[in-house]
Design a protein around this ligand. Structure first.
Ligand code: CU
Length: 327
């Protein structure tokens, strides 16, 4: 797997995704058209530092699916392929789109493709997910991701020095137990498809890097399928929270902000000094079962991709899980 960043084309692709940008002459001189293709892949993915595998359903073989990035006013021409080798119907629902769901978000069988086009009219961070029935299972098994729609006016908000995408979701050990999903019997909460994925005290765990004084922007999506997130930076305060990631929806000085399932928000934090700042859902049953991402502020922090370690790369066998103490 690999990540390609075509800035100004403003797209991210990974794995099997093919995304291209074409400038179209129109009254919207700066608007672009992006061809975004994804493939539904039923495959195993690694979900923790021990190398534990999970029988996932994915976009492009990774959980979460690739981040798509466009600019407000751009057109997305989307194609979903459900290969004949799959067993189940799949679909795609972009929360950034405003189009007929019956026609565009319908499930397609193995061996079929579907195409539709939408204009990303509103800036923000938006959820995307499979909507094939039972939708609760298709999301729980990994068919989710994020699309960033950058504001057309880049000066609508402060410039970020560093950006990450974090997607929260529930982990159900038995991917066939749909009733357990309805009963909210989750076994863990994941950020970017992993249990304690960004917890450096956990063997195989990573971290999110930053330098002191940098404005770190977290594009946060709650994929659910059921639980709310109470997103909080331990040792810090969100300088700004933008509901749905829209610069017009600006909050200031927020300790914890609730993001419901199927929703998203953009969080800015400027870490005052070097150290560790765990980003958690303060719904502690979630944090202590996997949803801790440590933002490590250090003067020699290196650049990282938007979603580090997707897919998870296991370098060290896991021996124990030691969550950091909560405040
Ligand atoms: Cu699906």
């Amino acid at each position: 797997m690999f990540i390609i960043r075509l800035y100004q084309g403003l797209v991210f692709a990974a794995g099997l995704a093919t995304i291209t940008s074409v400038t179209i002459p129109s009254t919207l001189a700066l608007a672009k058209t992006h061809e975004v293709s994804m493939t539904a892949v039923e495959t195993e993915v690694v979900i923790d530092g021990s190398g534990e595998k999970y029988a996932a359903w994915t976009f492009n073989g990774q959980m979460p699916g690739p981040v798509v990035r466009v600019t407000e006013g751009d057109t997305v021409k989307f194609t979903l392929t459900n290969p004949a080798t799959n067993k189940y119907p799949h679909a795609m629902d972009f929360h950034a789109a405003e189009i007929d769901f019956l026609k565009n978000y319908r499930a397609i069988n193995a061996g079929e493709t579907i195409e539709y086009t939408f204009v990303a009219k509103k800036p923000g961070i938006f959820f995307y997910h499979c909507g094939a029935p039972p939708m609760i299972q298709h999301i729980a098994r990994g068919m989710f991701g994020a699309i960033i729609v950058d504001p057309k006016n880049a000066k609508a908000w402060a410039k970020a020095d560093r950006e990450y995408v974090l997607i929260q979701s529930e982990h159900f050990k038995n991917p066939e137990d749909v009733q357990g999903m309805f009963d909210r019997k989750f076994d863990g909460i994941m950020f970017n498809g992993g249990i304690f994925k960004y917890h450096p005290f956990v063997s195989g765990g990573g971290k999110l890097d930053a330098k002191p004084g940098e404005r770190v922007r977290i594009y946060f999506v709650n994929a659910g399928p059921n639980e709310f997130s109470a997103f909080h930076p331990i040792g810090e305060i969100w300088d700004n929270v933008y509901e749905s990631g829209n610069p017009a929806n600006k909050l200031t000085g927020v300790q914890t902000y609730v993001v419901g399932p199927g929703s998203a928000a953009t969080f800015d934090v400027v870490v005052e000094s070097a150290g560790a700042y765990p980003l958690v859902t303060h719904s502690l049953t979630g944090a202590l079962r996997g949803a801790i991402a440590v933002l490590l502020a250090s003067p020699d922090a290196k650049p990282q991709p938007l979603m580090p370690m997707v897919p998870w790369k296991v370098s060290v066998p896991q021996t124990e899980i030691t969550p950091v103490p909560m405040q």
